[in-house]
Each structure stands twice: as C-alpha cells, then as structure tokens.
Design a protein around this ligand. Structure first.
Ligand SMILES: Cc1cc2nc3c(=O)[nH]c(=O)nc-3n(C[C@H](O)[C@H](O)[C@H](O)COP(=O)(O)O)c2cc1C
Length: 222
C-alpha cells in the first residue's frame, strides 16, 4: 500500500511508432516491455518507483501537423490552438522518460511518429530516451534518425546506443509485413530474438542510468 511519503513514481512511456492498420509494432513493444519488467523484478532500481505506459501513436489519430504556432515557442499546453494537441501535450508531460519502439520506413522514421513528435517540444525536452528499432536490417537508419531528432533537435537525453532488431529471414519479414504473430514470448527466451534479449536489458539499464543522473552530468547528444 502506498503512503504519503512514497516517492512520486517515475512514469516511462513505451512508444509504439508504427501506425499501420496491419502491423507488428505492438507485439514488439510488448516484448520489449516484458523484458524490462522482468529485469526490474530481478534488479529493482532502489531509488525509483517505476510505472510504464504504452503510448500507441497509431491510436492517437493526430492529423497532419496543424498548429499555427511553432511548438518550441508555445506555452504548454494552453498556447496550442487545438484540443488534440493539448491532450497529446498533457499525456507526454505526464511521462518522465521514453522507450521508442519503431519500424523503419524507406530508411527513415515512420511519418506518423515524426508528426507526433513535431507536435510538441517542451514536453519532450530534457527527458531521457532510448530507441529500439526493427526491420529487415534492424531499422538502423530510423534509429539513427531518431537519435538525431530527439537527442539533437529537441535536446532530449539520448543513450549512447540503440538496439536494432533484424527480422531473421525473408519469411519472418513477410509475416511482419502482414502483421502476423511473430511468437515473441513474454519471457523473451526461445524467440527469433532470444539472443537479443540481453541487449534490450542493457539498453534499459542505460535509460535507468540517464534517469538517475542529474542532467548537468550527462553530455548533450551530438
Ligand atoms: C512505407 C514502408 C516503408 C518501409 N521501409 C522499410 C525499410 O526502409 N527498411 C526495412 O527493413 N523495412 C521497411 N519496411 C518494411 C517494414 O519493416 C515491415 O513492414 C514492418 O512490419 C513494419 O513494422 P510494423 O508492422 O510495426 O508497421 C517498410 C514498410 C512500409 C509500410
């Protein structure tokens, strides 16, 4: 039972970057989340009470950016013209750190994810994040682009590394394209990415390190 003296929980958003109607993004985000939650059970972060929230960009149904102002020059959230922006602003403001789980579209960040990022600025700024990408070759271009956009353009706090999960065969790629079940068991073991589970855990621990290090002690992302 919580008490009045319990620390305020740190809330982590697990962002599903894919907005396709048929997609594997939610499965992969759930896989990442379960690996992180298991690690938290075996290696709790003493100083922090941690909660997770899955943020599905596809479910937001944001229109193409339609604010008259520039988000970095806008008072949060009342300065926004539209209620959809104010609602999105409140949601991101309530989160303290992020795990972006993203597909790659033509070597770039899926347009829906970039659109949702661009709607806001101050709500993201200064907060730690990590990126898990996936694709035929791991989605490394999308991951690198997100590091630049979030770590550079928006000045969030980036981990040094990203995790890039490659579909291991053409058959699995076709299953992903069709949004089929990839058999990603919650334990993370005996799946197509069982050998990558440890990389996800290590990335999570980098996020924890960013969350527990005062901002002035972390170097700005390039
Ligand atoms: C518009 C579009 C562009 C794509 N571009 C790439 C790409 O650059 N590299 C890649 O490995 N896969 C690419 N793919 C295939 C995706 O990796 C695959 O469809 C995957 O399932 C997308 O994730 P999702 O199912 O969560 O949407 C692309 C898919 C779409 C729809």
């Amino acid at each position: 039972m919580s008490t009045a003296t319990d620390p305020k929980p740190v809330r982590i958003g697990i962002v599903v970057g894919s907005t396709r109607v048929v997609r594997v993004g939610p499965q992969i985000a759930a896989f990442v989340r379960s690996l992180v939650e298991q690690d938290l059970k075996t290696a709790p972060v003493d100083s922090l009470s941690i909660e997770f929230e899955t943020v599905d960009i596809g479910a937001l149904n944001l229109p193409l950016f339609d604010e008259p102002g520039v988000p970095s020059h806008t008072d949060v959230p009342d300065g926004y013209a539209h209620e959809h922006t104010r609602a999105w602003s409140r949601r991101v403001s309530a989160l303290d750190a992020f795990i972006f789980v993203t597909a790659q579209h033509n070597w770039g960040v899926p347009a829906g994810l970039k659109n949702a990022i661009d709607y806001l600025f101050k709500e993201w700024q200064g907060k730690p994040f990590v990126v898990v990408s996936y694709g035929g070759h791991g989605g490394t271009h999308a991951a690198n682009a997100l590091q630049l956009i979030l770590g550079g353009g928006i000045r969030m706090r980036a981990a040094d590394k990203t995790v890039n999960l490659s579909f291991p065969s053409r058959e699995v790629t076709l299953q992903a394209v069709r949004g089929k079940d990839l058999g990603l068991s919650p334990s993370g073991r005996e799946t197509i990415w069982s050998e990558r589970a440890e990389d996800v855990v290590q990335l999570w621990r980098q996020l924890v390190a960013l969350m527990t290090t005062p901002m002035k002690e972390t170097k700005a992302a390039a």
